[in-house]
Design a binder for this molecule. Structure first.
Ligand code: ZN
Length: 462
């Protein structure tokens, strides 16, 4: 029997390291050794001597190494409808944008997904999520286009196959031709699981069942969607408790707030993560903590739409898993997760807990390990520890923007968006020297501009 091949090793040395492990271990100057797709060792000082199979050795002086950022909530298609309805609250914003969104097709969605992914990747995201829920009739294979774009960009990816079956005629906000029937939505979601879901530990692509929100889907779609997810062993995702209007909708229709409605429909559990969770009372937070239900905190979008401030310090104190999300870029034009690290900290300091609400390390933890937790991937990624997947980022902190900031983690979270010198996903470079190694950024930018203009023309009836 042949001996197993010696792994190919990549060595980083002389960088500050924030591991985001359970004890928040940090090194002022340390090393990371990557062997094939896994982290082999992390520690203080130079790498161990005598390593074999070293194909690359990087002197990372002036850098901070962290786990790759994990984005837990996004709507990629919105990349081509940025900068519209900029002064609206959620329901008015949805009503303003649905007529445009209902005109999307496969080429538009492919370009928008490429743009969203490229922006996140160059900003240090290594695991991405897309919640896609608009499937206009005859618009092509939107799910396939999005998943293909994620594969090209090289990010680890959870595709939350969304759906809506409550159109205008049923009292919902979306136009009727942009919603699916209950049966079609469930069948298409299960077909997506069949085609793409990889249950293995190092999976690049996973699928979640993701009806859009309490006010755009039927109770049957929530109930049967949860049953489908549990039968197939995949995760569940939706929007919840985003605005006071949603809470009122649930009270009037179902006689309970959103969390009570989710509990009744099978949507609390450690296999569920929910975007926003802004309007939660103590009992709601306790229910999330008791059931292990996760939260995708989206502070920029919540501020842009005037939704409010999620009670993140209370959630963390109660033991609720919390990750960060950019949300769709029609409500957060930046589309990169650094903004969320920073805004999570700043926005929550305007809330109930004031100056002690969150610190820079808690923000980094939510943006890495917390995100991996809510996506069910914390055993494999989200921290720099031996044996985990080599999903990591080297942030350049020795230039004008950051060189004089005393603490590298504070520099990353509170400073300007730091350049990414290197990002690895499963040991494979996605960013090199600030540029995407996997796709042509300029070509992606041109395609997104062209598709945004085409969509605007079609939506205007030209
Ligand atoms: Zn959203």
């Amino acid at each position: 029997m042949a001996a197993p091949a010696d792994p190919q090793r990549l060595v980083l040395e002389n960088c500050a390291i924030a591991t985001v492990d359970a004890r928040d271990t940090e090194y002022a100057s340390g090393h990371v050794v990557v062997a094939d797709d896994r982290i082999e060792s992390v520690g203080a000082g130079p790498a161990p001597e005598g390593l074999t199979g070293v194909v690359r050795r990087i002197d990372a002086t002036g850098h901070l190494a962290t786990p790759g950022l994990v984005n837990t909530h996004h709507h990629f298609y919105q990349w081509i409808t940025r900068g519209l309805a900029t002064d609206h609250h959620l329901f008015d914003w949805l009503t303003a944008l649905y007529p445009t969104w209902a005109r999307i097709d496969e080429a538009m969605v492919r370009a928008a997904a490429q743009g969203s992914l490229a922006m996140m990747a160059r900003g240090g995201v290594t695991t991405a999520t897309d919640h896609h829920y608009i499937y206009p009739r005859g618009s092509g294979d939107l799910s396939g286009a999005i998943i293909e774009a994620a594969r090209e960009t090289g990010l680890r990816f959870t595709f939350a196959r969304g759906s809506m079956d409550r159109g205008e005629k049923d009292g919902g906000l979306p136009p009727d031709f942009a919603v699916e029937t209950l049966e079609d939505a469930l069948a298409a979601t299960e077909a997506t699981i069949d085609a793409y879901h990889d249950p293995s530990s190092g999976a690049m692509t996973q699928i979640a069942v993701a009806p859009c929100s309490p006010f755009s889907v039927s109770t049957e779609l929530l109930v049967q969607g949860a049953e489908l997810a549990r039968r197939r062993g995949v995760r569940l995702h939706t929007h919840g408790s985003e605005t006071v209007e949603e809470a009122r909708f649930c009270e009037e229709r179902f006689g309970t707030g959103p969390t009570g409605y989710f509990e009744k429909t099978g949507w609390l559990g450690d296999d569920v993560w929910m975007a926003h969770c802004v309007h939660m009372n103590d009992a709601d937070i306790a229910a999330f903590a008791r059931t292990g239900t996760g939260v995708a905190h989206c502070p920029s979008s919540n501020a842009r739409l005037g939704a409010g401030i999620a009670r993140v310090p209370d959630m963390l104190a109660a033991g609720v898993p919390v990750g960060l999300g950019v949300d769709g870029t029609a409500s957060n034009e930046s589309g990169e997760l650094h903004t969320e690290l920073r805004n999570a900290l700043l926005v929550n300091r305007l809330g109930a807990h004031r100056e002690k609400a969150l610190n820079a390390r808690q923000a980094l933890r939510m943006g890495t390990y917390g995100g991996a937790q809510v996506l069910g991937r914390a055993g494999q990624t989200g921290s720099l520890e031996a044996g985990k997947l080599a999903d990591l980022v080297l942030w350049k902190l020795d230039t004008l923007a950051h060189a004089s900031i005393a603490d590298p983690v504070a520099a990353l979270v509170l400073g300007a968006a730091a350049p990414v010198t290197l990002s690895l996903v499963g040991g494979r470079p996605v960013v090199e020297d600030g540029h995407l190694a996997t796709v042509d950024e300029d070509a992606v930018a041109r395609a997104t501009r062209d598709e945004a203009r085409r969509l605007a023309r079609i939506a205007a009836g030209a």
